[in-house]
Design a binder for this molecule. Structure first.
Ligand SMILES: Cc1cc2nc3c(=O)[nH]c(=O)nc-3n(C[C@H](O)[C@H](O)[C@H](O)COP(=O)(O)O)c2cc1C
Length: 331
């Protein structure tokens, strides 16, 4: 397998490599990114999407989304919104909070986001995307990027058009998810459409969709000529997946963490979450996270059922110990 990994420069930002962690609402908060940086080391991490309007309204909850982990690498703060003034203001706030990159979400298919005129709805108005990129560009000198889909429907693959407009308004890079809006996350990724977006612009284009290991990453690079790859679902519960991709591309032996190690990672993730969102929310999030971490492990089904009823750190420790074979639990 050819090794496509290399450093990548965006404006003045030098990234160690061209693997990006995808923004993941409900997951890619500071604790997740800290673990992903330590165990996987992608070139760029990403926050969950953050409402530009909520930042403009100074809603206190936004601080949790804007928080940086102590030990993490370069991070793209992702905004969603459709108001030029809100996006411009929020871009400044992100930069003031230590963002390395500010990204605009132009691909989210969720009804609430679309109803607000944002996310994938923006792809129906490429000129508006241009104005939003211009607003971000006015707000800061750090790199500004957008994340789009290949189109809005099977009748409208307009990713290349959107990419050209974003580039002309000053975007430094863009990521394209190889599905149109109506496909959400289900159809096989459309590499040929990603390739058209790559060919349309001079700025680096990051290919996204179904990258989960060295082989699928190589396929994305080969079929599209993209400058880097972004990994979403495959890093949920597997923050080490970037190390796996790097190992496989450089012909090294790859071993996933032992169950005991994975159990410790799960507990560390919970503890970091408590620091950020408090016990109650950390418990709730750990129920979801546990299901991802234990994909494929023997006994995981029973673990997941029990996890849904767990209400404290002690119970979490017991369940993880039983599943992962931890003899002593570090309290
Ligand atoms: C649970 C979940 C949350 C997501 N949240 C965001 C988000 O906040 N912003 C965004 O641009 N995309 C979001 N996405 C889309 C991913 O970033 C990515 O584009 C998509 O999952 C395709 O990549 P994959 O095949 O590697 O998962 C989300 C996807 C999932 C499954």
């Amino acid at each position: 397998m050819k090794n496509y990994l290399k450093p990548l420069k965006i404006r003045n930002l030098e990234l160690e490599n061209n693997m990006f962690q995808a923004p993941l609402a409900g997951y890619s908060s500071a604790p997740f990114r800290e673990l992903t940086w330590r165990l996987g080391r992608p070139g760029l991490l990403a926050t969950e999407m953050i409402s530009a309007r909520a930042i403009e309204m100074k809603q206190p909850k936004q601080e949790q989304y804007l928080a940086r982990a102590e030990n993490e690498g370069p991070v793209a703060f992702q905004l969603w919104g459709c108001s030029e003034s809100a996006v411009e203001y929020a871009t400044k706030v992100c930069a003031d909070h230590g963002a390395d990159v500010v990204d605009l979400n132009c691909g989210c298919p969720v009804r609430k986001v679309r109803a607000a005129g944002a996310g994938s709805k923006l792809m129906e108005d490429p000129a508006l995307i241009g104005r939003l990129v211009a607003a971000m560009r006015r707000a800061t000198d750090i790199p500004v990027t957008i994340k789009i889909r290949v189109g809005t429907s099977p009748k409208n693959y307009n990713g290349a058009e959107v990419a050209r407009i974003a580039e002309s308004e000053g975007a430094d890079l863009l990521t394209v998810h190889g599905r149109h809006t109506q496909e959400r996350y289900s159809h096989e990724v459309r590499l040929e459409e990603v390739a058209k977006v790559v060919a349309a612009v001079k700025i680096p284009v990051i290919g996204n969709g179904d990258v989960r290991d060295g082989e699928s990453a190589a396929r994305m690079f080969e079929a599209t000529g993209c400058a880097g790859v972004m990994v979403g679902r495959a890093c949920m519960g597997a923050p080490w997946v970037f190390a796996q991709i790097a190992a496989e591309m450089t012909g090294q032996e790859w071993q996933p963490p032992e169950p005991t190690e994975m159990g410790r990672i799960m507990i560390e993730h919970y503890d970091l979450l408590v620091g950020l969102v408090g016990k109650e929310k950390a418990i709730r999030q750990s129920r979801k996270l546990g299901a991802y971490y234990t994909r494929g492990l023997k006994g995981a089904k029973h673990f997941r059922n029990s996890l849904n009823m767990m209400n404290s750190r002690e119970e979490l420790l017991e369940l993880v110990a039983a599943l992962c074979g931890l003899k002593t639990i570090d309290k």
